[in-house]
Ligand binder design. Structure first.
Ligand SMILES: Cc1cc2nc3c(=O)[nH]c(=O)nc-3n(C[C@H](O)[C@H](O)[C@H](O)COP(=O)(O)OP(=O)(O)OC[C@H]3O[C@@H](n4cnc5c(N)ncnc54)[C@H](O)[C@@H]3O)c2cc1C
Length: 445
């Protein structure tokens, strides 16, 4: 298949899932407002209810959006999906709030429904759903400010989302006005079952499948930059095929049903499916324990995921711009290119605070013997005898080393968020077209 065919297929895939998404979130609205056996209500009442239905459908669909379906994520990339998930949650929250506010403004007597002592159960469930959604948005937007540990946030996020949808569905059922016909009831029940099905799929089916494909830690190798490489080998299965630059969710030691898993890019060559490696920097509660993992520890690898890969974008050569541990997906791509005997000329620009932070430094220095790779190292605090670039990767450094024809290459950028923003801007300023720049952000959530 040519690069054009692949791009076309991806665009068609993207358009298909988007159309399905829009269709599904409008479906409850269509169901509610067709074939009614009761009179129409005032325009603003109907309008506010319509917003409520759209909000509910968007919330229900979030379970599908975040279920890590590979086919759905493939055309966009998981970072775009998660960004979409965050933004659409805020839209759903706003629509959900607009629903009662319009009612209160146009029919002031309905404000009584806010009194939990006198309100009917249908109103209590509506209030509970709204509170759950607002709490969900609040803990997600202000997670760092609230100093919520990631795992506690993730648990609370899952519980609040499930509660919000369950409360909202109960509210719709108790109001009854729009779900009065048996076929409408059946469709609503099907939608509720679909949400429950997605929860069962994510929490039980995926881990059960992982249990059938266990891995074991073979080696734990300390690396420069406060990092360790975990080398895993498959137990009783042929391993995992992945595209270089992709990532997987890793669970260590415990059961595949553990709630805690973490995303890491493969750092090994995609040409070896039986010995995969993740290189993990000490960045918090879980990652600081990686150095102490004993060989023989069980591991579960859910993936591969992601669109950040040379196998997706063909070019005359690749330019990799990495900062710190952002070198991991690049390492997988470069090792793969070397193993494939790739003959094109490539460039790596690698920034780090100091020499001790240059993860893979020794192997990188040897890589040009195996492939046509030029390496530029950029150190913020270089040793006195340093002859490479110093400071940060900026437009000047890029301008000195980028290939003369900026449009013929594909550019991969991964590193700390500030570095990525600066490099993306600098690449554009030096004449690289935006559609040739691909990024992987480790701070997805
Ligand atoms: C696509 C992708 C690829 C990545 N590849 C690598 C890699 O190759 N090497 C590497 O060292 N790091 C990588 N990371 C980052 C790595 O996932 C986090 O550093 C790690 O999960 C932090 O966990 P912690 O418990 O040690 O830190 P904590 O102190 O608990 O959290 C630090 C921050 O890391 C993020 N984080 C924590 N847990 C998770 C989780 N389960 N899922 C998503 N984010 C989480 C949160 O934003 C959190 O605020 C990658 C991240 C992504 C999204």
């Amino acid at each position: 298949m040519t690069g054009y065919d692949t791009r076309r297929r991806r665009m068609l895939g993207g358009a298909f899932w988007l159309a399905l998404y829009v269709g599904l979130f409008l479906l409850p609205l269509a169901i509610a407002f067709t074939y009614r056996d009761h009179p129409r209500r005032a325009f603003w009442t109907e309008f506010s209810v319509a917003l409520g239905f759209v909000a509910l459908a968007m919330m229900g669909l979030q379970f599908a959006v975040t279920a890590r379906f590979r086919n759905v994520a493939a055309p966009y990339g998981i970072d775009i999906i998660l960004r979409f998930h965050k933004q659409i949650s805020i839209v759903a929250g706003a629509l959900m709030l607009a629903h009662p506010i319009i009612l209160f403004v146009t029919r002031p007597e309905t404000i009584e429904l806010l009194n939990p002592l006198t309100a009917p159960w249908r109103a209590r469930f509506a209030v509970a759903a709204t509170v759950a959604v607002l709490a969900l948005i609040g803990i997600s937007v202000w997670r760092r400010r609230l100093r919520l540990p990631y795992e506690a946030w993730r648990l609370a996020h899952g519980l609040l989302a499930t509660a919000a949808v369950a409360f909202a569905l109960t509210h719709v059922e108790l109001v009854g006005w729009y779900v009065d016909l048996p076929w409408k009831r059946a469709l609503w029940a099907a939608m509720a079952l679909a949400v429950i099905g997605l929860l069962i799929y994510v929490r039980f089916v995926v881990p059960a499948l992982l249990l059938r494909q266990p891995w074991v830690v073979d080696q734990v190798v300390p690396e420069r930059g406060r990092a360790w490489t975990l080398v895993l080998r498959p137990v009783g299965h042929p391993g995992m095929r992945f595209a270089p630059g992709q990532f997987a969710w890793l669970t260590l030691g415990r059961s595949a049903f553990a709630v805690e898993d973490h995303p890491f890019s493969f750092s090994s060559s995609a040409m070896d499916n039986e010995r995969i490696a993740f290189t993990i920097k000490n960045a918090g509660d879980f990652t600081r324990t990686v150095g102490a993992v004993a060989p023989g520890t069980a591991a579960y690898v859910e993936g591969p995921h992601g669109a950040f890969s040379i196998d997706r974008y063909d070019g005359n050569g690749y330019v990799f711009v990495a900062g710190g541990v952002g070198i991991t997906p690049m390492m997988s791509m470069m090792r793969t290119l070397a193993d494939r005997g790739d003959a094109r000329q490539h460039l790596l620009i690698y920034g780090a605070p100091s020499m001790d932070d240059l993860t893979f430094m020794e192997e990188l220095e040897a890589l040009p013997d195996r492939m046509r790779l030029h390496i530029v190292q950029v150190l913020a605090s270089p040793p006195p005898d340093w002859r490479g670039e110093t400071g940060l990767i900026d437009a000047t450094v890029l301008g000195r080393h980028l290939p003369a024809d900026r449009t013929a290459h594909k550019y991969f950028v991964c590193g700390p968020p500030d570095m990525m923003d600066a490099v993306e801007r600098a690449l554009r300023r030096t004449g690289v077209p935006w559609e040739n720049i691909y990024t992987e952000r480790f701070n997805l959530v």
